[in-house]
Design a protein around this ligand. Structure first.
Ligand SMILES: Cc1ncc(C[n+]2csc(CCOP(=O)(O)OP(=O)(O)O)c2C)c(N)n1
Ligand code: SF4
Length: 341
């Protein structure tokens, strides 16, 4: 007898689009990221019932409303903590964390650091617009020094926090960068982040057209982008530029990466560094590249290392081995506890 199977219905962008009215300012970079996610999930074979978006507070954190999946719009800076709970309770779910540079790196810096350090299997997307958008444009940890805002009328004096360096310093095993306008590049980065078993950290350069317009202009403008973006590809030489004649070398004297021109000072293509996404040392140097405006910003997968253990499996293993042995009350009262009378 032939078994009848119901063919899996192919989902489309519509299936992941909720009926909620999108309330971002016209022209905000968040729209492009949202569309890209709604378009990419069907390609990943994701289902609505197995997908959760967890966000904190900020314009970017409105994202879960607009996805027709499960979602939590939580409290400021706490999305990583709540997402960790979701993943531990239901490991079969795909858990995406949506956060901003203020939500994830100011009030939530501590929580973000520990979710990354623990390597919880979350896909963390940090929308970096270098400003607090929702609260009307105060400076954030990623604002460049001298940024004039209502909270820094004479210009900010705080040194700028680099999200890639922050993630690597927290022990991240998957770190990538993309930009809101890159409709071809962004899905590939989402797919790699989704496939990674562990905490995948993605910085998305995002334009806030109202409070910090055009901060990524050199990277997004078609004319200037080739000279300001270094598109990384594992195993390929790091060559960039409108004329494809610029490259990255390692300067052993300054112990840093350096931009060179192929054909000048005896530099040939063979001198250009080949990207190795499994090298933490290279990732750390790439993380710093682009801080100087004369250098290109690395885009794509900067670092991807194998996880040495699954945090979720390890914690759930302990939960299983402990089950039925002691009550929660016994555990709480099991140590050095006393009653104050
Ligand atoms: C406990 C608490 N403190 C402060 C705020 C005010 N607040 C809301 S969103 C936000 C910053 C959001 O900035 P960011 O994460 O960069 O998101 P964007 O709006 O730029 O997307 C702040 C400070 C709050 N909601 N809760
Ligand atoms: S304030 Fe900025 S980040 Fe917020 S919705 Fe408007 S353009 Fe987007």
């Amino acid at each position: 007898m032939n078994e009848m199977t119901t063919p899996q219905e192919k989902l489309t962008i519509k299936d992941f689009t909720s009926d909620q009215e999108v309330r971002w300012c016209p022209g905000c970079g968040d729209y492009a990221i949202l569309k890209c996610m709604q378009r990419t999930l069907p390609e990943l074979g994701a289902t609505r019932e197995n997908t959760v978006f967890v966000s904190g507070i900020g314009c970017s954190s409105r994202f879960p409303y607009y996805m027709d999946t499960y979602g939590f719009h939580t409290i400021h800076g706490r999305a990583p903590a709540i997402a960790t709970g979701v993943k531990l309770a239901k490991p079969e779910l795909d858990v995406w964390v949506i956060t901003g540079d203020g939500d994830g790196l100011s009030i939530g810096g501590n929580h973000l650091m520990h979710a990354i350090r623990r390597d919880v299997d979350l896909n963390i997307l940090l929308f970096n617009n270098q400003i607090y958008g929702l609260t009307k444009g105060q400076y954030s940890p990623t604002s460049v020094v001298g940024t004039k805002t209502p909270s820094t009328p004479q210009g900010s004096v705080d040194p700028t926090l680099n999200p890639i360096a922050f993630a690597l310093g927290s022990g991240a095993r998957f770190v990538a960068r993309t930009v809101d306008t890159a409709q071809k590049h962004m899905p590939d980065v989402f797919k790699r982040a989704h496939a990674f078993k562990g905490a995948s950290f993605v910085e998305i350069l995002q334009n806030c057209i109202v409070y910090n317009d055009a901060i990524w202009e050199e990277i997004t403008n078609k004319k200037t982008a080739p000279d300001h973006q270094l598109l990384l590809e594992h195993g390929m030489p790091m060559i960039f530029g409108a004329e494809r004649n610029k490259g990255i070398i390692f300067n052993a004297k300054s112990f840093a990466l350096e931009v060179v021109t192929i054909g000048e000072n005896g530099i040939t293509e063979g001198d250009i560094l080949v990207h190795d996404e499994t090298s933490l040392q290279m990732a750390r140097m790439l993380g710093d590249l682009g801080e100087n405006p004369s250098e290109p910003a690395p885009m794509g997968v900067i670092y991807a290392a194998e996880a040495d253990q699954s945090y979720v499996d390890a914690v759930r293993g302990q939960m299983v081995s402990e089950k039925g042995k002691r009550s929660l009350k016994d555990i709480i009262h099991g140590g050095q506890t006393w009653v104050v009378e």
